[in-house]
Design a protein around this ligand. Structure first.
Ligand code: ADP
Ligand code: MG
Length: 496
């Protein structure tokens, strides 16, 4: 399907035609240097629009705006129910404009419109509403101290200015995962969206102004990671960095933040194991596992990219996976029939192709896919790719590919598969498919991962905590746990 047969909503056309500056103090401002960068449409490889290419000066303006807003108390000292109301209103506005929000992300980074319209955008709305409810519930405790005649209590104070740095795989949702808890607790934010997909963050900031967020509470600086991102992390007035992205960049951010002991939370890479036991419901296990890898083109930190299948059902499962992969509809992201879109960028396309080449070289056997999918369009389309006969030490069983490529391996017994599944530097998520309740709980207990899905994959909820073990990061976004990331505990002693 060509671009001409996919119509952009008039609101999107109007938005694309705007000059995309940073969003600082409730105003759209160009970069101080005047520099801009291209934002590419991954379905066509054409430049969609240009956005401001931020540097240290722009970051400084944004951080100062956030700091002024924080210190003036316009946000942190606003009655919490009012903060909650604003978050809720923002959710309502996104809901009214859900088709615009969904189309913008699909256009910008290639996720199928079905997913953005019925999956990620509704999740973002729900997340804001969930966090709106927390604004009035950031409570302390009274502590029965034994030290003498004292009244002791704790309060939770907002940590201050938060730098939120997000990736391109779920642009709006990632922005809202960060903003929700940070704003509910009274922090102010400078958001740095990924250079590949900056548009929904800019639109969101304008919508926040429209519903009445005070100036300086939500700021957005666009630009490259090595420029705007690095300047933000290094800024002395940033109290906390909330990062989602690669493990490599996460480590470098931690090092910079360490110098001034800025708080950090890290949601990083993964190589999540997904275990299909001999007693699994095979039909469900196969379709769930294929969704686990191919959803969002495999560009998901929790993609189930290592599938372990009980040897007794290995051949049968492989055959079903082959059929699934070969019939998945890859196409234009704005086409409602599309199940998988293009990968985000030329860089990502080359990277995935490289891993496919390495898999061949290391002796894995190709079951489905394995190449470009030019019939889907001129963009960065890659076939859903399944490799079998993969050994644990092969590159595609160890490194995060972040694309539609899965490694399938047989296993013989549960303890063996647990130890192989846990042999990874990562520990973000894991999947288990079994009809046996003991096996389910046993594996859930033994797997080293922040989330274990049993007879499911890729289910998320605003109320359920999300985050990694090991080099997948630390800190939990979503759920009540997220509040810990944006608050400091203060303990108060009153001599009686
Ligand atoms: P990916 O490899 O998936 O693109 P990255 O970790 O490179 O993930 O990028 C995630 C986010 O981190 C993006 O917003 C990117 O611009 C930003 N980023 C990249 N490098 C740095 C850096 N050195 N300092 C701060 N932010 C960075
Ligand atoms: Mg883009």
């Amino acid at each position: 399907m060509s671009e001409t047969t996919v119509s952009l909503m008039p609101e999107i056309q109007e938005f694309l035609a705007q000059t995309h500056g940073h969003f600082i103090d409730n105003a759209v401002v160009p970069s101080r240097s005047g520099a801009v960068m291209d934002d590419v449409n991954p379905a066509t490889r054409e430049v969609l629009t240009t956005v401001a290419r931020g540097g240290a000066e722009d970051v400084d303006l944004a951080v100062k705006a956030a700091k002024r807003a924080f210190e003036a108390g316009a946000w942190a000292n606003m009655p919490p129910n009012q903060r909650g109301i604003l978050l809720w209103r923002l959710a309502d506005l996104i809901e009214q404009r859900i088709d615009i929000a969904a189309q913008l992300d699909s256009l910008d980074m290639g996720m199928p419109i079905r997913q953005s319209r019925y999956g990620t955008t509704p999740m973002a709305i729900d997340h804001l509403r969930y966090m709106a409810g927390w604004a009035t519930k950031v409570e302390g405790r009274t502590i029965p101290v034994s030290a003498g005649s004292f009244f002791n209590y704790t309060v939770r104070e907002p940590v201050g200015v938060v730098a939120a740095i997000i990736p391109w795989n779920f642009p709006l949702l990632m922005a809202i995962w960060k903003l929700g808890a940070a704003l509910a607790t009274g922090c102010t934010v400078v958001l740095k969206p990924a250079e590949q997909s900056p548009l929904s963050a800019l639109m969101l900031a304008q919508w926040a102004r429209e519903v009445g967020f005070p100036a300086g509470v939500i700021n957005v600086v666009t630009g490259y990671g090595s420029e705007a991102g690095a300047a933000l992390v290094a800024h002395p007035d940033v109290d906390k960095v909330a990062f989602t992205g690669s493990t490599e960049v996460g480590k470098s951010i931690m090092k910079t933040a360490a110098d001034r002991m800025a708080r950090v939370s890290m949601e990083l890479g993964g190589k999540s194991p997904n275990i299909i036991c001999a007693d699994a419901n095979i039909k469900r296990a196969v379709s769930g596992s294929m969704l686990g890898i191919f959803m969002n083109q495999g560009e998901v930190c929790s993609a189930g990219s290592r599938i372990y299948v009980a040897r007794a059902i290995y051949d049968q499962v492989l055959e079903a996976m082959e059929t699934y992969a070969k019939t998945l509809r890859v196409g234009h992201p704005l086409d409602h029939r599309t199940q998988m879109g293009p990968v985000v960028s030329d860089e990502q396309y080359q990277r995935v192709m490289h891993y496919i080449e390495v898999a061949h070289r290391e002796g894995a056997s190709l079951i489905a896919g394995g190449g470009a999918m030019s019939e889907a369009g001129p963009g960065y389309f890659i076939q859903p790719t399944v490799f079998a006969g993969v050994e644990d030490q092969m590159t595609i069983a160890q490194e995060e590919i972040f694309g539609p490529v899965v490694a399938v391996m047989p296993f013989d017994d549960l303890d063996e598969v647990v130890s192989r599944a846990n042999q990874s530097i990562y520990g973000l998520a894991a999947g288990v498919w079994t009809e046996n309740v003991r096996t389910a709980h046993y594996l859930a207990q033994r797997l080293k991962a922040g989330t274990v899905w049993v007879n499911a994959y890729h289910v998320y909820d605003a109320a359920a905590p999300w985050g990694g073990f090991k080099q997948s990061g630390f800190g939990r976004e979503m759920g009540s746990y997220a509040l810990d990331l944006y608050t400091e505990v203060k303990d108060v002693w009153i001599g009686l």
